[in-house]
Write a protein that binds this ligand. Structure first.
Ligand code: AMP
Length: 568
């Protein structure tokens, strides 16, 4: 679709959101009404009223037995009238265990549409987006298969391996498909950077699905720029790049020896500070495209530091269950991002999240401004009224399609007593502590937290990986600064926390455990061996996994405690 027809279609979809949703539900019920799952509740009827009255709101555990049966080889119609061709593996790092979701090409078709739409939206705001190249850190991992022989892989891998990606009419990436499809993550990352550096003048944007991976790529560059420059100087790729596809295709891009370019990059990378390194190495880059909302907001200061505050564009909100929507205002501040739900993706309902805990469920077009909701997804592939576990807030409407701010993932909370400290509270508190760190030229590169109830009273523990702003600087920990950070975090928690801590003494002093550099990389690698994908990986804000905790504990360099009770 052309840019203008894509934007025209967006207008139609959002103007007729209710009709599009009703039609989609009708289609889903027509195709899936006769599945074992839905027959159980609908007894053959397939109208919207019966659906609303009889089909229960469910969580993964409720549908898992049905999904497992299809994975083990029973026909797809246990759960869907569609033919299932793939299973998507959720990252499982945004709160809980990994899950698998059945899909087929319809999902990838929607993904292609969304990718095109995001690019059209960007073109409206930024000139020349479609003229230059994108340095994108796409990667894949080896496919696993279900007992019935169907591929199981994270969304990104599944999409990249689908015909929709293969047959894209024009790819504007610096890296060839051979690099993108290389399942060895280290070789893949090295080659992406090599291709990006060689074509540095042409790069107009830098992207990765999630901000955490982009930060990882920059850190990889910090440790490999010397070797990359050596390759550019000689025109030969390092021996350890053994993947044939990568070697052959990247050699072509490398062209031949280029000592001037190698010298120029070496000169930049050996500067003491890496502030603005992205714009120094890629001088024509206009923006960074990566998700920086929700859990990813912790990476905003790091990306701003490396990019001299290039615009950070969070393009979409999507999951293995469904794609939800797009950001229609790509140049807004990361803190102001809202996603406009697209009514042709899945049938969406919303469970009101309020203190009274009432079970009110509303349709997409009936959500109310300012209210908090958890989305319920009914998709083509057998999920019906499925609780997403994400909490969103309505910030406005585009035509009649609502726009949502991503608030937090449900269940990601810390609690010693009856206080509930949410992911959002934690991120806010860290923002405040970040200001204290800023004044001492330190950057927070990674964090996670948990509640230590082995002490009496229990207390909150934060694991922090820190870095000096100047390149290769040894982190010097100033006790005063670190204790101040502990205090600032406590002060920004809500009144219940402060009461338990200060008045009743039933929460102990907050602790920061500083871990060695590279610890969060090891944590990621651990989750990846458990099945998470590199590009979909999200550092858990709160960690419960005992082995994950052991990795962190093993690398603790210093401990600091708040030394005063927060004021009430
Ligand atoms: P996965 O199924 O592994 O891709 O993880 C999907 C989850 O990632 C969602 O349910 C959200 O919690 C999170 N997520 C996806 N997109 C965004 C976004 N744009 N902003 C914040 N969180 C997101």
């Amino acid at each position: 679709m052309s840019l203008s027809s894509q934007l025209k279609y967006l207008e139609e979809l959002t103007t007729n959101a209710k009709q599009v949703q009703d039609n989609l539900l009708e289609e889903i019920l027509r195709v899936n009404g006769n599945t074992e799952y839905l027959r159980h509740f609908l007894h053959g009827s397939s109208d919207k009223e019966s659906f609303k009255k009889n089909v229960p709101v469910v969580s993964y555990d409720d549908v898992n037995p049905y999904i497992e049966r299809v994975a083990k080889g029973e026909p797809s119609n246990v759960i869907t009238g569609e033919t299932i061709t793939n299973f998507l593996l959720s990252s499982g790092t945004s709160g809980g265990k990994q899950k698998i979701f059945p899909v087929n090409n319809k999902y990838f078709e929607k993904m292609s549409f969304i990718n095109g739409l995001c690019s059209s939206i960007l073109s409206k705001y930024i000139d020349g987006v479609r003229e230059g190249k994108v340095m994108t850190f796409l990667n894949t991992r080896p496919l696993a298969t279900t007992p019935s022989g169907l591929p199981i892989a994270p969304l990104s891998t599944s999409f990249l391996m689908s015909d929709y990606f293969k047959n894209l009419p024009s790819k504007c990436y610096v890296s060839p498909d051979e690099v993108i499809l290389c399942v060895d993550n280290k070789q893949n990352l090295y080659c992406h950077l090599l291709c990006g550096l060689v074509q540095r003048e042409e790069v107009v944007s830098i992207s990765a699905a999630f901000a955490s991976y982009l930060v990882q790529a920059i850190q990889f560059l910090e440790t490999h720029w010397n070797e990359l420059c050596g390759n550019i100087r000689s025109g030969c790729i390092s021996e350890w790049i053994t993947d044939r596809g990568c070697r052959d295709s990247v050699s072509v891009i490398l062209g031949g020896p280029n000592p001037e370019l190698a010298y120029m990059i070496e000169h930049e990378c050996s500067q003491k500070s890496w502030e603005g390194m992205i714009t120094r190495l890629w001088p024509n880059s206009k923006f960074i495209q990566t998700i920086v909302t929700g859990q990813m907001s912790q990476y905003i200061p790091i990306l701003e530091f490396y990019s001299n505050k290039l615009p950070l564009v969070s393009p979409r909100y999507a999951s293995s269950e469904t794609i939800f929507g797009v950001n229609l205002n790509p140049l807004c501040k990361p803190q102001d991002v809202s996603y406009t739900f697209l009514p042709n993706m899945s049938y969406f309902e919303f469970l009101l999240v309020d203190e009274a805990n009432n079970d009110e469920i509303v349709e997409l077009v009936n959500v109310k401004l300012g209210c908090f909701y958890e989305p319920l997804v009914t998709n083509n592939f057998g999920l019906c009224r499925y609780r997403m576990g994400d909490i969103l807030q309505v910030t406005g409407f585009y035509n009649s399609a609502p726009q949502f701010r991503f608030v937090r993932r449900k269940g990601m909370v810390l609690s010693v007593n009856v206080e509930v400290t949410t992911e959002q509270d934690i991120l806010k508190a860290l923002n405040h502590a970040g200001l204290v760190l800023e004044s001492s030229a330190l950057m927070l590169m990674g964090f996670t937290c948990y509640v230590d109830i082995s002490t009496i009273p229990g207390h909150y523990v934060f694991y922090w990986e820190l870095k000096e702003k100047s390149f290769n600087g040894i982190v010097k920990l100033d006790k005063k600064v670190m204790v101040e950070c502990c205090c600032v975090i406590e002060e920004s928690f809500d009144v219940l926390y402060r009461k338990f801590r200060t008045k009743y003494g039933s929460i102990g002093a907050l602790e920061i455990r500083v871990v060695a550099q590279g610890t969060f990389d090891s944590l990621m690698k651990y989750f990846i061996t458990k099945g998470a994908s590199t590009s979909q990986y999200k550092t858990p804000i709160c960690i419960k996994d005992p082995q994950g905790l052991a990795i962190l504990e093993d690398k603790v360099l210093a401990r600091f405690f708040s030394d005063k009770s927060p004021p009430l």
